[in-house]
Design a protein around this ligand. Structure first.
Ligand code: DX5
Ligand code: ZN
Length: 218
């Protein structure tokens, strides 16, 4: 058994007609965070849900909200997502011209600040910001949709990031998002992940709570 990762189920795969039921299930479960995927149809070719849904989840959730912004110019909405109830706000490296400023603003709002990397974006681009972020989200699929296959190359990126964090004596957590399942979670944690997002693995399971435990006990 490897070290137990933080499990952050993604509501993208929940039943939106029964969202309260699904959030209550996560409250009862061993999940530590609830992951919310915000998509604008521009940065990614899909539109998911927005601020009113985050607010509604906040009212029901007993767990921290891990909000992943897949939107252009995310700096426009930092305060809005704080008000909506985000505890951790992650923006994409590729969507931020002034990433350092955006990260500072997220922290000034009292949230933890994360930066996400698309599969083609090298980890090396984080060298000058790694000491400023609370979390790095390695996308292990191309963002936009749940239920895609894990890109194996991501394991090397996790290792490279773990090495960078160590070299810089940084404290950023590593979160991995996309295609995480029972079959690969042990390798992902072994490579250096602290937290994993799981959408379809959890919500397509006949027993989501047991699936969360299985992922955590990898
Ligand atoms: C993809 C999202 C993911 C997604 C993961 O763009 O960022 O959080 O919900 O879904 P699975 O676990 O099904 O790959
Ligand atoms: Zn996500």
């Amino acid at each position: 058994m490897t070290q137990q990762p933080i499990i952050a189920p993604s509501l993208l795969s929940a039943d939106f007609g029964n969202l309260e039921r699904d959030v209550q299930m996560l409250n009862r479960s061993k999940a530590e965070w609830i992951h919310l995927d915000i998509m604008d149809g521009m940065f990614v070719p899909n539109i998911s849900f927005g601020i009113p849904v985050v607010k509604a989840v906040r009212k029901i959730s007993e767990k921290p909200l891990d909000v992943h912004l897949m939107i252009e110019q995310p700096e426009r909405y930092i305060h809005t997502f704080k008000e909506a109830g985000a505890d951790l706000l992650t923006v994409h490296w590729e969507a931020c011209t002034h990433l350092h400023r955006t990260i500072s603003q997220i922290k000034e709002e009292g949230m933890l600040a994360g930066v996400a990397l698309n599969p083609h974006t090298p980890v090396a681009g984080l060298e000058d910001i790694i000491n400023d972020v609370n979390l790095v989200l390695i996308m292990s699929v191309n963002p936009g949709f749940g239920g895609q296959k894990f890109i194996e190359r991501s394991l090397r990126k996790i290792e490279a990031l773990r090495d960078m964090i160590k070299r810089n004596k940084a404290e950023a957590l590593i979160e991995v998002d996309g295609g995480v399942c029972r079959d690969n979670v042990a390798d992902i944690v072994k490579a250096g992940a602290d937290a994993v997002v799981a959408g379809s693995a959890v919500f397509r399971s006949p027993d989501p709570e047991a699936e969360i435990i299985a992922l955590r006990d990898c």
